[in-house]
Design a protein around this ligand. Structure first.
Ligand SMILES: C[S@@+](CC[C@H](N)C(=O)[O-])C[C@H]1O[C@@H](n2cnc3c(N)ncnc32)[C@H](O)[C@@H]1O
Length: 337
């Protein structure tokens, strides 16, 4: 598209296989981004139409241009995925929902965008908002949050090594207004040995800030519940996550749906009458193939989980042979830029 740098979607074949082998209806792409997965899904199946959501207005514009070729089969709206249920009720009232896709995190185009502050490689104001109309920026967190809160967000959302020392160094460097200023403050907080280790020391700090600025983990469980509740029998939800915090939430959400959102205390037998609502289609997370990882480093941290809505299943869920988990080791807790 006019030489634009577009995000390279991850595990496209696996996503198409998972979501097109479902009853006719609407697929909702909750993180449509540049529309790569969406275009592949629409090309692969003429029985489905697609509604894409993104909180980033630039992504919405790119996806609309890219999916225009599919005419009325594709629609893209500017919305956060915690409004998924509302968007479906508005744009597809009464239509069966056959699939939901969540491809979490940040896109390559967002990382490469000059003024947005997502990348530690590009000097820019410390912003990191996916939706620039929202209030909280990375600059506010870095310059105004108490040191202890910085240290705990580095630990929780980035598993940052030497997080307390890094938080102290960031506070000492205030005001920190740019990405490269933050990189310098992070480096100053690390012992010399840690600075020489492989992988850029700022990667996890940037990930932790971005996750916090955009409330990424806070919004995910509710959005997954809305997607699972919207699915028709035989419909599937597929989630691609890129760090362990996200993947844990996906696993927990699927487990709760498998138990029919049972409200009984966990160690006691169920007496609330909950009926399993979902079947998880692969035992562990599925990983990208070696060739894909070689071609697209972002695929190295991708973990795909897929589950199918039960109640009067559209077809038996026995045909799951291709969903065995892979053995390859995973990189834990860190996205790849
Ligand atoms: C990894 S990219 C998706 C790329 C897409 N699958 C493609 O093929 O181009 C993730 C996208 O999700 C969007 N996003 C992240 N959190 C969101 C949320 N809570 N609601 C809606 N969109 C979100 C980001 O703005 C970004 O465009």
């Amino acid at each position: 598209m006019n030489g634009e740098l577009l995000h390279a979607p991850v595990m496209v074949g696996e996503i198409v296989e998972a979501l097109c082998d479902t009853p006719q209806g609407v697929i909702v792409d909750a993180t449509v981004g540049d529309g790569g997965h969406a275009a592949a899904l629409l090309e692969a199946s003429s029985r489905h139409r697609l509604i894409g959501l993104d909180r980033d207005p630039e992504a919405v514009a790119v996806a609309r241009r890219r999916l225009a070729a599919f005419g009325a089969r594709a629609g893209v709206v500017h919305a956060r995925f915690d409004r998924l249920g509302e968007v479906l009720a508005e744009l597809a009232p009464g239509e069966p929902v056959s699939g939901a896709l969540f491809d979490l995190g940040v896109s390559t185009r967002q990382l490469a965008a000059k003024g947005r502050g997502f990348s530690y490689r590009i000097d820019a104001p410390l912003d990191m908002r996916m939706d620039p109309s929202e209030a909280l920026t990375a600059a506010e967190i870095v310059n105004e949050w108490p040191e202890a809160e910085l240290a705990s967000l580095f630990a929780e959302h980035g598993e940052v090594r030497f997080g307390r020392r890094v938080a102290k160094a960031v506070v000492a460097a205030r005001p920190v207004t740019t990405t490269l200023g933050l990189v310098a403050a992070v480096s100053a907080g690390l012992p010399a040995g840690a600075r020489r280790r492989s992988g850029h020391p700022a990667t996890r700090v940037f990930q932790a800030l971005r996750v916090t600025v955009n409330g990424e983990l806070r919004l995910l469980p509710g959005a997954l519940d809305q997607a699972m509740a919207a699915l028709a029998a035989g419909g599937r939800v597929a989630v691609l996550s890129y760090h362990s915090g996200e993947d844990r939430i996906v696993k927990q959400s699927f487990t709760r749906a498998e138990a029919g959102w049972c409200s009984c205390p966990s160690r006691l037998p169920c007496v609330c009458g909950a009926v399993p609502a979902l079947a998880v289609l692969n035992r562990g997370a599925r990983l990208a193939r070696g060739e894909e990882v070689e071609a697209n480093p972002r695929a190295s941290s991708a973990r795909l989980r897929v589950a199918e809505r039960l109640d009067a299943p559209w077809r038996a869920t026995g045909a799951q042979s291709s969903w065995a988990p892979e053995e390859r080791g995973e990189r834990d807790g860190e996205e790849v830029e």
